[in-house]
Design a protein around this ligand. Structure first.
Ligand code: SAH
Ligand code: SF4
Ligand code: F3S
Length: 455
């Protein structure tokens, strides 16, 4: 029997998609996956560096892995992903028993690096690439519900937001060949999947050209339209958009296709133009609000979510209040909210002081969270009485005898409803009766295997 590996993933959806590429590479080289860490010959952790607490969690896991290795010395421990890229040899030099350090662009090298470790050496490959997109590797779907899946369409980031570590851990931006993206989406659809999410740090700057002349190049709105055309039964989502590059052309394509989900994740980070400038986001508050108006005009039913950072370097009370006022103006449906965490060697770390006291960061973040909770709750209240097309994903966690099903609306809201005869992958029309801050509850109006053009 081949050696067994166990893999654990932290961080963004792209990291989860990468773990599926890693699994594909390892399976091909004769290793076998195990979900039991105690049975593994090779323990891998795919890591995130976005905030200090993300890294601290991984250090905690490495402590545990070391205790496993103390009982079974043949176990190999590997660190993959963004922390591997950021800390490189430091990870091997730590006392955690790490044998293998592999950056996000070096996964093809994993089988030979694992051999090196088996021969008794430590192994590192953290080379970043300008070309690697793993286009030809068919990811092994892990932890999937069999209905929705992710597809990486690009890697890296060229934006250099001053607080962000991603351009250093993931390298320069590059786009994947649309043929391989379409092939992957089509294969998923044929296997019964009904939703794909196209992933990139800044999908609006997707650009692929078969040659240097730029003839026959493909842009993101064009790619999106191609994927949406695979079948009207295949829902298409995408993430993340960057406000500076977010175009009306994209909105027009979304309006043309019922199966392109009406949800946009448009991270604002701050509602203050001066803070945005220190963040090097390259748009202003006014620009952002204008983009939101474009969404509301062209796609009136589209939901909008965002990311917000509280307590960035030099943030004054007025600047913080501008974030609160922007949130009220936009009425975000959902938000990911964070305290600023200084990342070593980023532009902000080099040029600005992390001068907002921890208590102030905490109180600002709490204000932001409280406001968002009330915005999300009032947004959901407005859904009561409406009928939504829900793509059924599975049985809800608190299901009684399999009767309670869960799914999501096109706008990405979770809906729970009673039914004994819908299956994952079905579309169902559900009328909303109740709303909590996180979930909508409704009654099944009509079950259909088909997406409706109009409700
Ligand atoms: N590429 C995406 C998101 C990247 S990371 C974008 O540009 O929007 C996801 C989110 O983490 C960011 O949107 C930001 O809100 C947050 N983030 C990034 N660096 C951070 C830092 N140093 N401290 C706190 N939050 C951070
Ligand atoms: Fe980081 Fe900015 Fe790139 Fe997003 S766009 S990954 S926040 S540098
Ligand atoms: Fe984290 Fe790397 Fe993603 S830093 S957020 S895993 S790109």
């Amino acid at each position: 029997m081949g050696k067994r590996y166990y893999i654990e993933t932290y961080g963004c959806q792209m990291n989860f998609a990468d773990s599926e590429v890693v699994a594909s590479i390892l399976n091909k080289s004769g290793l076998e996956v195990t979900s039991e860490i105690q049975n593994a010959d090779l323990i891998l952790v795919n890591t995130c560096s976005i905030r200090d607490n993300a890294e601290q969690r991984v250090w905690g896991r490495l402590d545990l892995f070391r205790s496993i290795k103390r009982k079974k010395s043949s176990v190999m421990i590997g660190v993959l992903g963004c922390m591997a890229e950021r800390l490189k040899e430091q990870l091997l030099e730590s006392d955690r028993g790490v044998d293998l350090v592999v950056g996000p662009d070096a996964y093809r090298d994993l089988p030979s690096l694992v051999n090196t470790v088996e021969e008794g050496h430590k192994a590192v490959n953290v080379l970043l690439s300008r070309e690697e997109t793993y286009a030809d590797i068919s990811p092994v779907r892990m932890e999937s519900n069999g209905v929705s899946s992710f597809i990486s369409i690009m890697r890296g980031c060229n934006n250099m937001c001053s607080y962000c570590v991603v351009p250093y851990t993931r390298g320069a931006e590059r786009s994947r060949d649309p043929k391989s993206i379409l092939g992957e989406a089509k294969e998923l659809f044929d296997r019964g999947y009904r939703e794909v999410t196209l992933l990139g740090q800044n999908v609006d700057s997707y650009y692929w050209s078969p040659n240097d002349s730029g003839d026959n190049h493909v842009t993101f709105p064009e790619l999106l339209e191609m994927v949406a055309s695979i079948s009207p039964l295949l829902r298409v989502r995408f993430s993340t958009n960057h406000p500076k590059d977010f175009s009306n052309e994209l909105l027009t394509v979304m309006a043309r296709h019922h199966n392109i989900c009406k949800h946009i994740h448009l991270p604002v980070q701050s509602g203050s133009s001066t803070t945005l400038s220190r963040m090097n986001r390259r748009y202003t508050r006014e620009w952002y609000l204008e983009r939101v108006n474009a969404i509301k005009n062209i796609l009136p039913d589209c939901t909008i979510s965002t990311d917000i950072i509280a307590g960035f370097c030099g943030e004054s009370d007025e600047e913080h209040n501008e974030t609160l006022s922007l949130m009220k103006e936009v009425e975000f449906d959902f938000a990911y909210m964070f305290k600023y965490s200084e990342r070593p060697n980023t532009k902000a770390a080099r040029h600005f002081k992390d001068d907002i006291p921890e208590e102030v960061k905490t109180s600002r973040l709490n204000e932001i969270i409280d406001l968002q909770n009330s915005l999300s709750a009032s947004g959901k209240k407005k859904d009561i009485g409406k009928t939504y097309e829900v793509l059924v994903e599975g049985v809800a966690k608190k299901a009684i005898a399999g009767l309670t099903m869960t799914g999501r609306t096109s706008g990405n809201k979770v809906v729970v409803f009673e039914s004994s005869d819908v299956r994952p992958g079905d579309y169902a029309l559900v009328t909303i009766e109740k709303a909590t801050s996180a979930t909508l509850t409704g009654v099944l109006k009509e079950k259909t295997h088909k997406a409706k053009d109009k409700i």
